[in-house]
Design a protein around this ligand. Structure first.
Ligand SMILES: Nc1ncnc2c1ncn2[C@@H]1O[C@H](COP(=O)(O)OP(=O)(O)OP(=O)(O)O)[C@@H](O)[C@H]1O
Ligand SMILES: [Mg+2]
Length: 299
């Protein structure tokens, strides 16, 4: 099987007596773009915070790049819905900021000034490259107050990508944007996925592994290659939400027409398996991604 970037092994979480997550198991391979959907309040953000390492789970284990996650670390990056940038920095310097903190100490700035300047130029060049990637090459010198919401969110994504996380978490990243801007950012994710396809075709490790929470089913199916349903609606749901749906999603290239008609069948299945409070299925009934994958590999 391809390289595992993220593993959740029987991850459970609760707040006091309120059980939120119950034995969440996930194995994510390099280059996958997963969409996570689930009823409001089921624990999607709680799961992301556990993976990020800011709020480790009460039980179970999470590994990123093979290393147990117990605190925030370089393997995992995140962008939220209302991500705020540094008002006093341009788009380019906002993106370079993380690298600057990481690579240059104050003493270096003072005692190795010329070397520091050279490094800073390299960091800025990388930031420019990243901004190009998110289609903001024309806006590198703008300050946040000069940008639209969609542009700011692109900068936030570039800011996360420049740190080269093994996995990037997106928690409803386009939720605050208007429809047209949202569509543009969805295409930007397809462009990142295209980079994965290109890397694979020349035998390289795909660079972008993304786990994205969204409440929009069309968006989930359009941008991802695998869709996860997290839900408390299953036969043991009293103990909290778990993965009740895990199947491939149709793959789109950036220039493909947005044909959402073909999603209807899978959307119905998701509504039943993930969002229907009346359903009393076993949680694994719709969890078949890796099973199908290994059958595929055998045949
Ligand atoms: N710090 C906390 N203390 C107590 N309860 C909490 C805390 N954080 C979250 N919860 C509860 O845990 C449950 C899961 O919350 P979470 O924010 O993870 O849900 P979500 O799936 O992201 O919801 P949404 O779709 O609305 O964003 C909710 O019932 C919430 O009220
Ligand atoms: Mg949430």
């Amino acid at each position: 099987m391809s390289q595992t970037v993220l593993g959740c092994n029987n991850v459970s979480h609760w707040f006091g007596t309120k059980r939120v997550l119950n034995n969440v198991n996930l194995e994510i391979a390099a280059g996958q773009i997963l969409a996570v959907v689930g009823p409001s309040g089921c624990g999607k953000s709680t799961l992301l915070r556990a993976i990020l390492g800011t709020h480790p789970p009460k039980a179970g284990e999470i590994t990123a790049n093979g290393v147990p996650v117990t605190k925030p670390n370089r393997n995992v990056g995140i962008v939220y819905q209302n991500y705020s940038l540094y008002d006093f920095l341009t788009a380019r310097d906002n993106v370079a900021f993380g690298l600057m903190l990481d690579q240059t100490s104050l003493s270096r700035r003072v005692f190795q000034y010329f070397h520091w300047r050279q490094l800073r130029e390299e960091q800025r060049a990388q930031a420019t490259e990243l901004l190009d990637k998110v289609n903001l090459g024309h806006a590198i010198n703008l300050f946040p107050h000069e940008m639209s919401g969609g542009m700011r969110q692109r900068v936030a994504i570039a800011q996360a990508l420049i740190m080269k996380p093994k996995i990037l978490l997106l928690d409803e990243p386009f939720g605050a944007l208007d429809e047209a801007t949202r569509e543009e950012l969805q295409v930007m994710l397809l462009q990142l996925y295209q980079e994965n396809i290109d890397a694979r075709s020349v035998g390289k490790t795909p660079p972008h592994t993304i786990l994205m929470v969204t409440h929009e089913l069309n968006e989930a199916l359009y941008v991802s290659d695998r869709i996860i349903g997290l839900s408390q609606y299953h036969s043991e749901g009293a103990n909290g939400a778990t993965v009740v749906y895990d199947k491939p999603a149709p793959v789109f290239r950036p220039n493909d027409p947005r044909d959402f008609e073909q999603f209807e069948g899978q959307k119905d299945e998701l509504r039943t398996a993930v969002f229907d409070p009346e359903i009393n299925q076993h949680h694994s009934d719709y969890v078949s991604f890796w099973k199908d994958h290994s059958k595929h590999a055998e045949s």
